[in-house]
Design a protein around this ligand. Structure first.
Ligand SMILES: [Zn+2]
Ligand SMILES: [Zn+2]
Length: 396
């Protein structure tokens, strides 16, 4: 039986795992219910694993202690979004799996089950990495600091993300998308506080207005994109949160807090943008008599694929999957992904599994939407490719 057929037989189990996880989304580094679920599944497969004190990461190693080691990583965390759906497996709490990490975890559990079955055929080791906090503050870096890349040393990396966006070529649900070069963008967070002086809205001359200053700061920062960056180098600056005042129309508040995300493909552009944001904040606040605090967080690097690893995974994919479902894409992604830290340490292939699905309103809502829906009937294909690629990598 080939690996795809075996994975397909596991499909309903993978869907079940994914839907169980979908009901218990947790955010950040500590995911008690999610980790308990993963550990229970591994226990049922008689797979031993390592856990950590300060976060919910779980690592299992399969195979024999000779030859090479390949790491496969799945992120496990959800988002602070209230799910707006009527599915019977919808979130049971105020968080949501709106990025597909429940699917990634289920795919890796399927991979664990199949690799356990084929353990005798592994000419080396497979390290399965269940990682928290991809959406922030970043679990990959923490797990690397905890030594996940060593003992045994990881020689190559695999990971995937489910996908739903449009591409310049036609793509269908279940397709596997490969990209040479960067698979994700550098992802940095900026937090800005504009500090003014509060008072009555009818007497702005007696106050220093941080709201008016904040609008100037945000607008001037957007000029970096349109006037200061090489138009052929993609960069995004999005402010997703601005807080000032408390609903009163006639009070000038003391402070405004602004949170933004900065995405770049080019690390020189990234450094330039960060420098210019800080300068604009400094001089616009000076011009408006406000004060400021600024901090840059996260700092996820781009996930840079290794050409040879991409070639190797495509060769493995061609053994088990129909050629027309394998696509090489050239479209850049401005999505962030902390797998980039793993890919700085070992050559790897990060691929995408195309699984868009419409909500009952017939709209395919984007990732991070409260109406995100995922076609989980295709997840077994991700499991199959992880397993076949691992067998081939270790045996060649
Ligand atoms: Zn996400
Ligand atoms: Zn994600």
């Amino acid at each position: 039986m080939n690996i795809l057929t075996e994975a397909e037989k596991l499909s309903s189990q993978i869907i079940f795992w994914r839907r169980q996880l979908h009901q218990i989304p947790e955010i950040g580094l500590v995911l008690p219910q999610t980790a308990a679920f993963v550990k229970k599944c591994l226990d049922n497969m008689s797979i031993s694993y390592q856990t950590y004190e300060n976060h919910s990461g779980i690592v299992a190693v399969l195979g024999k202690n000779t030859g090479k080691t390949i790491g496969i990583r799945a992120d496990m965390d959800g988002l602070r979004i209230q799910e707006d759906s009527d599915f019977e497996y919808k979130s049971s709490n105020k968080n949501m799996h709106a990025c597909g990490h429940d699917a990634h975890t289920a795919i890796l559990l399927g991979t664990a089950a199949l690799l356990k079955k084929h353990e005798a055929e592994l000419a080396g080791q497979v390290k399965l990495i269940f990682q928290p906090a991809e959406e922030g503050p970043g679990g990959a870096k923490v797990m690397i600091e905890d030594g996940v890349m060593e003992n045994p040393h990881i020689d190559a990396m695999l990971a995937l993300h489910t996908e739903r966006r449009g591409y310049s070529q036609s793509v269908n649900s279940g397709d596997i998308l490969f990209k040479y070069g960067n698979s994700s963008a550098a992802d940095d967070q900026v937090n800005i506080t504009i500090i003014g002086k509060s008072g009555h809205g009818s007497a702005p001359d007696l106050c220093i207005d941080p709201i008016a200053a904040a609008t100037l700061v945000i607008n001037n920062i957007q000029y970096i994109i349109s006037r200061e960056i090489d138009p052929f180098k993609p960069c995004v600056i999005t402010f997703g949160s601005i807080k000032g005042g408390d609903g009163a129309e006639n009070i000038i508040p003391d402070t405004v807090e602004i949170h933004g995300t900065i995405r770049n493909q080019d690390l020189q552009v990234r450094d330039f943008v960060m420098k210019r944001i800080e300068e604009i904040v400094k001089y616009v606040t000076k011009a408006t008599r406000t004060d400021y605090e600024i901090e840059f967080l996260n700092g996820y690097p781009p996930t840079k694929n290794d050409d040879k690893m991409v070639d190797a995974v495509i060769a493995s994919a061609k053994k088990i999957l129909p050629g027309e479902t394998l696509k090489i894409i050239t479209d850049e992604s401005m999505g962030g992904e902390d797998a980039g830290f793993f890919y700085q340490k070992a050559p790897g292939c990060f691929f995408r599994l195309y699984t868009p699905a419409a909500y009952t309103d017939n709209i395919v809502h984007p990732a991070h939407s409260s109406r995100f829906v995922l076609d989980d009937s295709q997840l077994y294909r991700g499991t199959a490719l992880f397993v076949q690629s691992s067998l081939d990598y270790l045996n060649n």
